[in-house]
Design a binder for this molecule. Sequence first.
Ligand SMILES: *Cc1c(COP(=O)(O)O)cnc(C)c1O
Length: 458
Amino acid sequence: MNGQTHRSTAELQALDSAHYLHPFTDHKQLGAKGSRIITRAEGIYLWDSDGNRILDGMAGLWCVNVGYGRKELADAAYAQMQELPYYNSFFQTSHVPAIRLAEMLAEITPPGLEHVFFTGSGSEANDTVVRMVRHFWNCRGKPGKKVIISRENAYHGSTMAGASLGGMKPMHAQGGLPIPDIVHIEQPYWFENGNGLSPREYGVKAAKALEARIDEIGEDRVAAFIAEPIQGAGGVIIPPDSYWPEIKRILDRRDILLIVDEVICGFGRTGHWFGSDLYGITPDLMPMAKGMSSGYLPIGGVMVSGRVVETLSEGGEFFHGYTYSGHPTCCAVAIRNVEILKDEKIVEHVRDVAAPHLARRWAELGDHPLVGEARSKGLLAALELVKDKSTNERFPQLGKTGTLCRDICFDNGVIMRAVRDSMITSPPLVITTDQIDELVDLAWRCLDQTAAALGVRA
Ligand SMILES: *Cc1c(COP(=O)(O)O)cnc(C)c1O
């Protein structure tokens, strides 16, 4: 199909290194080692150019919710490309796929969200959010409200605004970020910051950091608070159950918008359609992407509440949009993807079958000598690697053990990602209980090999 499969792995690696500047990659390292070339995929498995089968415990980048090899999605793209491959929705035009997808999204997203602004990615969705929120307060006659409060280690994308909203210090350092009027508070990371408090107590304490920061800045300057329901790239940080209710209490008493970034949690990941449903929260703006098309084509969007839409409508033209906002072919694939999620009851499968099974099996990994905590919610899970299980003391050189374990995982035919010294997984939502057993058994084996490589007795 791509006409390149006759090339050897070594040839492909040499060309890759010579011409392809990869995202989030240390190129010196990559050049020395050579990249792994993925050639095909089916269900939850990938194959590389040497014919190795790999269990994709990350669903690509948290996005291939319905699994690989879905002919329905290819057919949807093919049919739409023949009928109307591209047209825009600027200047009072529209088309059927964007209209139909908007209608479906209004139906499956939480109540109060009836409108969508389409983007090409999660980063663009978050850029849209910054523009929209600030314009909203201008329209309301409160131009002083500009500050957006986010959280440490949040991930909201890699564009200027996305990376600024994100709380990744190494990303900020390389780009002179964040842009003005974006600040960060503590993340609700009990394992790291709990300090002897119960999860319940700590969840309330972490939420109160929002209240303290609002009071410090002044409510008249704060435009919005942005958060992922469960932090993904920050290390699958599952907030204690007391966290979101306390955030809600704090925001209910104040005139501040709530932005819930559903780019990972949306479209079934937590066993609910959206993380907002899981935690009973009502966003004013809800960026989404990834699982929206299961990654088959790039598309994202922002769900916008009635009150924001009304205010923006009073403000005349909002000078914002992307050439590919509501791209017909991407919309056609997203529509088919949502139909698959519905028809095959995949969200229910996560909630009733896959997530409970993963929770049980994942907890067993907590018994491993390297593991300080094993946590999961829906089909998101993490393991905290520690040097000393009795005290949860970390290994020296944070991140080194995680990277070691990640490489061992790859060599054993399973993809898990390392965030600092935690190992995380976010498999395709169609994973079966047998496949979850396979994932957990592989994880245990990789932990053993990591322990052996570190000279720790397992
Ligand atoms: C991946 C991600 C983004 C950015 O999405 P892109 O499509 O990579 O631009 C934003 N927010 C969250 C929570 C994400 O996980």
